[in-house]
Design a protein around this ligand. Structure first.
Ligand code: GLC
Length: 561
């Protein structure tokens, strides 16, 4: 792989959820020209790459992650000319466009699936079709081939009378999984990726790409957790190498979304010698508030566990020569300030602390639209405001499990993917400057003037200004881009601390994840280093002191750079 640790460590990427970023034509849905109109803003952040979520034709059951044509633009988002213009204008500002490739499954409306339904056996071999258990013969479904549950609730198998088989869908029933063991499928997907490369994109994010290689035998999984038995399957590394090589994208920026993955596999996905991907998203740090590992059971975040996960992945990827994508937020996760920070008194402090916490780690940071201004969860009061297929399905599942409507809504308020999908808050107008028309998804109930780009651009102490500093520091100081990471003991679970080192340069980062003060042990090795960045004003660590008392959500970086 052409990229060195130094290159990857200097990069910062920004994720755009196209549907909610900027609407240029007044239909309440964001679009490609809307993104182009905001390129100056994106460039002003100092970022390098812009990942745009899928804008391909799609019935939008899963907001574009159900693709019906990989090589076109959905008219609701614009035209191919709009796309070319976006790429050109981005390039002119030094920004690379990254596309989101959903190659694990298609939409049922994709021509391949439609041909399969029409009886074309060649295309039936594009999907994963099986007979039912205990079926008496053709036409009798029997039972689903395994007990796997799909990501959005219910069986991962759907009986399709036109096929006389069950098809596998690890996500929504409208998203049949492709059969990557079929070389024709792999050829077709290589062509897709190559065609976008040839249009001038600079990188790719691969959606749930560690689910492409299914196990050889489809056995029941403990608790129906099919995702766990499918993740990091037998041929996944081989398929990725093949895709990267044949599509000719080895020198482009690549990141894989890895569901229920292992450290060992992620080292392999990203170690340069494997010639697979530059970096990976894993989600283990975002499960520390799932009771018993269940997203739909609320629990206070386990901060000791959070530290453990960051340590394991930070130090472990480093030891194996792998590379992490660093992130808190994306279009599937609730807003991080609502989740681990404070929405009211310490809104600003906690947003900055959380930002700083991951931006100084070893890896490549991704900022999700609105995170840079501290946007908050949606706090919708009624189910009628939700749009996300997963949220709507789980609302019903929670009611079926005996939860009251109030409880089910509380769970969605904390966990729904719509929390991060509310329209971008550009200014204080009714629809946040996102659109003139009522948006496809209502604004966050926590939308207020301070949480807008316009207000924060005028304030030197804003969250936005802090993000710009973080990005600039990563480019300025090699120790942030390349330094070794190791985690420190602070004597309290609520304060997470780590060190980065590169030759003589070193920094130490302290993050108080609590709304209370906490006292940490100060270590002689760095005590007395100057403060490089903080989220409170003019705080100092006493060079002689044995301890340091941190304010609520305080963040401090000390160092010699
Ligand atoms: C990924 C996407 C998510 C989508 C799913 C199925 O996890 O980020 O939004 O629903 O894949 O494509």
């Amino acid at each position: 792989m052409a990229r060195s640790t130094r290159d990857l460590g200097k990069i910062v990427a920004y994720q755009i959820y196209i549907k909610s970023f900027c609407d240029s034509d007044g239909d309440g849905i964001g679009d490609l020209p809307g993104i182009t109109s905001k390129l100056d803003y994106l460039a002003s952040l100092g970022i390098d790459y812009v990942w745009i979520t899928p804008f391909f034709p799609s019935p939008q059951r899963d907001n574009g992650y159900d693709v019906s044509d990989y090589c076109a633009v959905d008219p609701v988002y614009g035209t191919m000319d709009d796309f070319d213009e976006l790429v050109r204008e981005a390039r002119a500002r030094g920004l690379g466009i990254m596309l989101d490739m959903v190659l694990c499954h298609t939409s049922v409306e994709h021509a391949w699936f439609q041909r399969a339904l029409a009886g074309d056996e060649r295309y039936q071999r594009f999907y994963i079709l099986r007979d039912g258990r205990g079926s008496a013969g053709p036409g009798d479904p029997g039972e689903p081939p395994s007990n796997w549950q799909c990501a959005f609730g219910g069986s991962a198998w759907q009986w399709e009378p036109r096929l006389g088989k069950w098809y596998l869908h690890m996500h929504d029933v409208s998203q049949p999984d492709l059969d990557w063991t079929n070389p024709e499928v792999r050829d077709a997907l290589v062509d897709v990726v190559r065609s976008w490369r040839d249009r001038g994109v600079a990188g790719f994010r691969f959606d749930v790409v560690n689910l492409i290689s299914k196990p050889e035998v489809f056995e029941d999984a403990p608790g129906g957790n099919g995702r766990r038995v499918v993740a990091d399957g037998p041929h996944v590394h081989e398929y990725l190498q093949e895709l990267v090589e044949r599509a000719g994208i080895g020198d482009m920026l690549t990141v894989g979304e890895m569901a229920s993955t292992t450290l060992e596999d992620c080292v392999r996905y990203t170690a340069p010698a494997s010639r697979e991907l530059n970096m990976v998203f894993n989600f283990h740090h975002l499960k520390v508030d799932y009771r018993g590992g269940n997203k739909w059971e609320l629990m206070d975040p386990d901060i000791a566990r959070l530290r453990e996960v960051f340590q394991t992945w930070g130090e472990g990827m480093q030891a194996g020569g792998g590379w992490n994508a660093l992130f808190w937020c994306n279009h599937d996760q609730p807003r991080i300030v609502s989740r681990l920070g404070d929405e009211t008194v310490y809104w600003k402090e906690s947003a900055k602390m959380l930002a700083g916490m991951i931006h100084f780690m070893r890896g490549t940071p991704y900022i999700y639209q609105g995170e840079e201004i501290g946007m908050l969860n949606a706090h919708y009061p009624s189910i009628g405001q939700y749009r996300d297929v997963e949220s709507l399905n789980y609302y019903q599942i929670l009611l079926d499990q005996g939860k009251t409507e109030k409880e089910a809504l509380e769970t969605l308020a904390a966990r729904s993917r719509d929390n991060s999908r509310t329209p971008m808050q550009w200014n204080g107008e009714r629809y946040g400057g996102f659109s003139e028309a009522a948006p496809w998804l209502p604004m966050s109930a926590r939308f207020r003037k301070e949480i807008t780009v316009e207000a924060q651009q005028k304030d030197k102490d804003s969250i936005l200004a802090f993000y710009k500093k973080l990005i600039a520091m990563r480019k300025m100081y090699p120790v942030i881009a390349e330094g070794e990471i190791s985690f420190l003991e602070t004597g309290t679970d609520r304060v997470l601390a780590y060190q980065r080192k590169l030759g003589e340069q070193q920094i130490v980062v302290f993050c108080n994840l609590d709304g209370e003060k906490h006292t940490v042990k100060a270590d002689g090795a760095w005590r007395g280093d100057p403060v490089l960045l903080e989220n409170y004003e003019a705080r100092q660590m006493d060079p002689e002191g044995e301890t340091y008392t941190m304010e609520p959500y305080e963040f401090m970086v000390l160092g010699k750079v």
